[in-house]
Design a protein around this ligand. Structure first.
Ligand SMILES: Cc1cc2nc3c(=O)[nH]c(=O)nc-3n(C[C@H](O)[C@H](O)[C@H](O)COP(=O)(O)OP(=O)(O)OC[C@H]3O[C@@H](n4cnc5c(N)ncnc54)[C@H](O)[C@@H]3O)c2cc1C
Length: 399
């Protein structure tokens, strides 16, 4: 029986997970990365994971991700990786809670675990958190975080051990088409033939797709997160999405706290060139100080420390806020996985599984029509693509 050759573009967490899943299925996998493994958004992520999403498909997919994260913890423990199942607390103002409450019947239908906590109960469970009296917490006991600096090298090492050929500093510049079928790519000037090509190029996706006359309705925005200097003692906290405070935070290695937040008024980032490096991005001047003040209002113990490290990257959103994952309708041989909003780290294990299922079996157990690249109305998609939007004008999605 012949071995299937799959070319995967982009060694962020989506490309790595796809490669890992494909290698386990016996495929020959070549993973091409224009920079170094993880150099895109993945190494900049906060790594927060929750199953409390907005759509049935998203929720069912995240359930698989959470299970796979637990399994990967065992498989990657040899490389020092552990999923941190500290839970994830989503905080709401009374107005936002009225809206989020409408999703509870869906959570019940999907058999999703959750607890509704008032502010007093939150303060009782986690002494370092001081939410205002009118806040409501929706607690996801299976959520938590995955430390990107541990996870990415461990997954890459495991991929290599499974036979994945990871080629760093190799840029894919073209898709090769024959009679309407994608049969390979051009990388570093050479043709690489493949039975399937999986494009996991995140914000660069539309730059590559322009090659084959396709543009997806997706927008990228600058996003930033910080690490504090170590606290005297480890904080006992869940991961917290504290939207009313405009921040998210979680415990991090070596008694640090990770704090992140978005810049609602910042205009979209134009589709980057293939040469673009996320290190070129800057957070707005003074953003770190204002974020620190907001985080301290929720966690006064932050007064003992300061931010020590900043990471800035891009997050991308599709027109309807759902990921774009699957086959392009009229380009057989090409699969895409992109636009995972600020939740691509949380999605990566299931995204890799779904893409590997599609590449090797042509189908997935989960119905992912809601993620299909072909789901967009072409006129609406063109209007979305040509509009110049700010972060606050796209779907609000936290992890
Ligand atoms: C500051 C910040 C905080 C975040 N926090 C969280 C969080 O807490 N939880 C969460 O779930 N998500 C979070 N995210 C989102 C998450 O990081 C992304 O959704 C996820 O990393 C996307 O993974 P990816 O593999 O698609 O993209 P990337 O990691 O960007 O990988 C794409 C790769 O493709 C490569 N590439 C592009 N074009 C080519 C080409 N032509 N040839 C070869 N290689 C190419 C790039 O160099 C890059 O390495 C955060 C993002 C940021 C920026």
């Amino acid at each position: 029986m012949s071995v299937t050759t799959i070319a995967v573009i982009g060694a962020g967490v989506i490309g790595l997970s796809s490669s890992y899943q494909l290698a386990r299925r016996g495929a020959r996998v070549i993973l091409l990365e224009k920079d170094a493994v993880g150099a895109g958004a993945s190494s900049r992520a906060g790594g927060i994971i929750t199953g409390h999403l907005w759509s049935k498909t998203g929720i069912e997919a995240r359930k698989i991700s959470l299970r796979l994260y637990q399994e990967l913890s065992e498989e990657l423990s040899a490389y020092g990786y552990q999923y941190q199942a500290v839970g994830c607390l989503n905080l709401f103002s009374p107005a936002d809670w009225r809206e989020r409450k409408n999703l509870l019947p869906l959570y019940a239908e999907c058999k999703l675990d959750y607890g509704i906590l008032d502010a007093a109960e939150i303060r009782r469970r986690w002494h370092q958190l001081t939410p205002a009296d009118d806040m409501v917490g929706l607690f996801d006991p299976l959520g938590g975080y995955s430390e990107p600096d541990d996870y990415i090298p461990a997954l890459a090492q495991h991929c290599r051990a499974l036979g994945v050929d990871i080629r760093e500093r190799v840029t894919v510049t073209e898709f090769v088409e024959e009679r309407g079928q994608i049969i390979g790519i051009i990388a570093a000037g050479e043709l690489l033939a493949a039975d399937q090509v999986i494009c996991c190029a995140h914000s660069w996706t539309n730059r590559l797709l322009a090659e084959v006359g396709v543009q997806l309705p997706m927008k990228s925005f600058v996003h930033q997160r910080y690490l504090t200097a170590p606290l005297e003692k480890a904080a006992r906290l869940p991961a917290v999405n504290a939207n009313p405070y405009g921040v998210y935070l979680r415990p991090a290695k070596a008694n640090r706290i990770l704090v992140g937040g978005e810049t609602a008024n910042r205009p979209e980032q134009a589709t980057p060139s293939l040469a673009f490096d996320m290190d070129e991005l800057l957070a707005p001047r003074g953003f770190d100080d204002s974020l620190y003040d907001k985080a301290q209002a929720l966690m006064p113990a932050l007064a003992q420390t300061r931010f020590q490290e900043e990471r800035v990257g891009l997050i991308s959103f599709s027109m309807d806020g759902e990921p774009i994952l699957g086959a392009l309708p009229d380009r057989p041989g090409l699969l895409l996985g992109t636009a995972f909003h600020s939740g691509g780290f949380a999605y990566n294990p299931v995204a890799g599984k779904l893409l590997a299922d599609l590449a090797t079996a042509g189908e997935t157990e989960l119905n992912i029509a809601a993620f299909s690249p072909g789901r967009f109305n072409s006129l609406a998609a063109a209007a979305y693509s040509s509009a110049k939007l700010r972060q606050k004008q796209v779907f609000s999605r936290r992890h």
